[in-house]
Design a protein around this ligand. Structure first.
Ligand code: SF4
Length: 468
């Protein structure tokens, strides 16, 4: 996914950039970068790989080298960034949360103009460098950002660090969030509002879709009004987001609680305990347990002293080993018991299948799975994921292929819980995973749990309803 943080202050911003960016670490596993600006030293930038270490370990030893009152930081799940450029409107640094579906087309357009790309990595151009080039085509930063909105097919939210301000620009359809925080003598800007409380920022404003603001230590000026149309990613609340964060004023954990409670409605399955699949199933499990009065327990516990988060090892074999080693089953909770497990979603189901097999091996009598969102039937075309989401990888597609004998089937009927085909698909997934029962959230209940109008949410994962 990726996430970013920026701050501009009357005093040094380095401490805030360091910790504020760190609070976005759950959004990316590839690279991180920070840029700080001071009139004396100019732009000071560092980018490190996160594939073998945490953001804090990578940047801590060099923090004393930075000085300045304004800066931005990014946790990137894809390309190295922020990108620093010198343009007709001055020097600036840019960090993005983006997925540019037409990147090849835009690359070709620039190459035909005999322009060059300097930040090649993994055999492709750097998407953030491309965004910097599109911004630089504008007369002003605002028109440059509008140029990005006009040409990028996909998603692009940006933080631009100039010599006298930070410009924050939220994606044209607002698929990813930007939120502004304020404290005495400083402003902050973030993807995750959970970056604010420990840095003493108070939440000031959620940017609307396509809104652009100019931020200084003294205030926040609107450069472009928000658009009416919005397609904020509903999956933020289900899985990506960090529990204390708010998007559009709706708290992630409170939404997960409501999701769990909605799954509990009309569910009469007898069980000895309810459990959340760590980590993002836990909030949903609180809601379910509370609504049904079934005790919340921990059949397995993550070994946090050495596995505080998932690195993304290169090989699938190593990924499977890491996933297994970090969760320790507790036989006293499991043996001979019937458990209801809450998980955010089922993507491929490979890991879940292994977990369920391990639960059975540990003596679990019944494993009932409740999923906080509907079956994922359409791959996301709008955001970058580290979790594989090619359509043929999805558990739903595998199940339908097994039922129909072809991978050419139109999945619209299979997405409709009123259609028998939906139930056949869910049953096929249940069988393949070795579950006692399996139920998914209905889309209308998920939308109710978020509390925003359906037309303001991207729910494309489940109903294929969104567009570029
Ligand atoms: S397709 Fe799914 S993951 Fe992608 S933006 Fe829409 S809701 Fe979010």
């Amino acid at each position: 996914m990726s996430g970013f943080f920026g701050s501009i202050s009357k005093t040094s911003c380095v401490h805030d950039i360091f910790y504020g960016t760190d609070y976005h670490s759950h959004l990316g596993t590839k690279r991180a970068g920070i840029v700080v600006y001071s009139p004396e030293k100019g732009f000071q930038r560092a980018i490190h790989s996160l594939e073998d270490g945490y953001f804090r370990n990578k940047f801590e030893s060099e923090l004393n080298e930075y000085s300045g009152n304004q800066g931005i930081g990014v946790i990137s799940d894809t390309e190295p960034q922020p990108i620093l450029v010198s343009t007709h409107m001055g020097r600036f640094a840019v960090a993005t949360v983006s997925r540019i579906a037409n990147i090849a087309e835009l690359e070709e357009r620039y190459l035909k103009q005999r322009r060059t790309f300097s930040e090649l990595s993994h055999g492709t151009i750097n998407a953030t460098e491309l965004v910097a080039m599109l911004i630089a085509e504008g007369e002003t930063v605002t028109s440059g950002v509008e140029n990005v909105y006009e040409h990028v097919k996909g998603t692009c939210s940006m933080l631009i660090l100039l010599e006298d301000c930070i410009v924050a620009a939220r994606d044209r359809l607002g698929r990813t969030p930007i939120v502004i925080g304020k404290k005495e003598g400083a402003y902050g800007v973030a993807f995750e509002s959970c970056a604010f409380p420990n840095l003493n920022f108070e939440l000031e404003k959620f940017l609307g879709p396509g809104e652009i603001v100019r931020i200084t230590a003294d205030g926040c000026e609107q450069l472009r009004k928000p658009m009416e149309e919005m397609q904020v990613c509903a999956f933020l609340w289900v899985y990506f987001g960090y529990p204390p964060s708010f998007y559009e004023g709706v708290n992630v954990d409170a939404c997960r609680f409501r999701c769990g409670a909605a799954l509990a409605r009309n569910d009469t399955t007898e069980a000895d305990f309810v459990a959340g699949v760590p980590d993002s199933g836990i909030g949903h499990a609180y809601g379910y347990s509370s609504a049904r009065g079934v005790p919340l327990m921990r059949p397995y516990v993550k070994y946090t002293p050495t596995w505080p988060r998932s690195f993304m090892p290169q090989s699938q074999q190593m990924r499977d080993l890491v996933a297994k080693m970090k969760l320790i089953p507790n036989e006293s909770v499991i043996k001979g018991k019937r458990g209801i497990f809450l998980d955010d979603s089922i993507v491929r189901g490979t890991q879940l299948k292994d977990n369920i097999r391990d639960l059975h091996l540990a003596g679990m009598k019944e494993v009932h799975m409740r999923i906080a969102c509907p079956p994922l039937t359409y791959p996301c075309e709008f955001l970058n994921f580290s979790r594989s989401r090619s359509s043929m990888d999805l558990a739903t597609h595998i199940a339908v292929k097994e039922l129909e004998g072809t991978d050419e089937t139109d999945l619209s009927e299979y997405s409709d819980p009123c259609n028998g085909k939906y139930h056949a698909m869910v049953e096929q997934i249940r069988r393949r995973l070795g579950l006692t029962t399996l139920r998914y959230q209905k889309l209308c209940d998920l939308v109710d749990a978020i509390g925003l109008p359906k037309e303001k949410l991207c729910t494309h994962c489940w109903d294929g309803s969104s567009h570029f």
